[in-house]
Design a protein around this ligand. Sequence first.
Ligand code: R5P
Length: 300
Amino acid sequence: MSEPVIVAGDAHPGLAREIARQAGVPLLPVAIESFADGETRVRLEADAGGKDLHIVQPMSAPANERLMALALIADAARAAGAARITAVIPYFAYARQDVRKHPGEPRSAQLVARLLATAGIDRVVALELHSPALESAFPMPLTHLLADAVLLPAARERPYTIVSPDAGGLKRAQRYASALGAPLAVVAKTRTGPDVAVPLQVLGSVRGTDCLIVDDMASTGRTIAGATQALLAAGAREVHAMFVHAVMAPGALGRMRAAGVRRVVTTDSVRAVAEPGIDVLSCAPLFVRALRDSPPIGRG
Ligand code: R5P
C-alpha cells in the first residue's frame, strides 16, 4: 500500500502543515523558488516514488503563480514515480468565467481543470467551488467539499435571517437557512462590470432582524457591501457576513465595514488576511477527513 504524504505548495504552507499534523501524515520537503526572470523553479527534496502524494495549494493571489507551482510540483512527482497525485485545492480560482456569457470569452475553469490533468494530477479535492456546475469541468475524479460544518456553528450564535447577496448564492443560503431553521431573504443584484455589483432590492422580510449574508467568497467586498446597504435600507437591525474564501482584494474589509457590516466570519482556505476584526475558522479538519476517506489507489 502506498504511503500518503503531503507536499505544501507556496500559497498556504501553514494550512498544509496543519492538515499533515492532524492527519498524522508526513510532509515531503519541496523547494519552490523563482528564477531571476520570475519563472517558478520547483524541486522535490525527498523521494516521491510510490507515494500517495497530496499537494496542498489554494490558488490565491497571485493565482497564475500558484497554479504554475501546483502544476510543476505535480509534474515533478509524476516524473519521480508517485503512485497517485491528488491536488488539494482549498480555493479554486479562475472559476468565475466558467460559462461563455459573451462571444470571445474563454471557459477559464474548464481550461484550468484540463491543465491540472495535463500536469499529471489524478484527483482533485476542492472546497466550495464557485458553482456546483463546475464539477463537470474536471476530467479527473473530484471530491467537492462544503464548508458548512466549519461555518454553521458560528451561524447558530444568534437567531439570524439568512441572506443570499445574489441569485447565484441562493442554494447555499437555502441550505444554511434550512440547517438553522432560519428565515431566508435574497438580494437581487446586477453587475455593470466584472468587479462592479449594484444591488436592486431585498426579496423577503428582514425588518427588525439580524441578517447573516452567506457567500462563497469576498473579493472586492462590493457584493457584500451592496447587499448590506440594501438590507439596512430595508430595516435590518444588524448585518453580519460569512463567506468561505477570504480572497479580499485591497480595501475589501474597509468597504464592507463602511457599508455597515458588523461581524465577518470566514475560513482559512486562503492564507489569512492580516486584518483585525475577522473571525477565521480553520478548514483543515475538512481536508483531514477527505484524506482519511481517500479511495484506494486505482479506484478514483
Ligand atoms: C458572485 O457571483 C460570487 O458568489 C461572489 O458574490 C462574488 O464573487 C464576490 O465578489 P466581490 O467581493 O468582488 O463582490
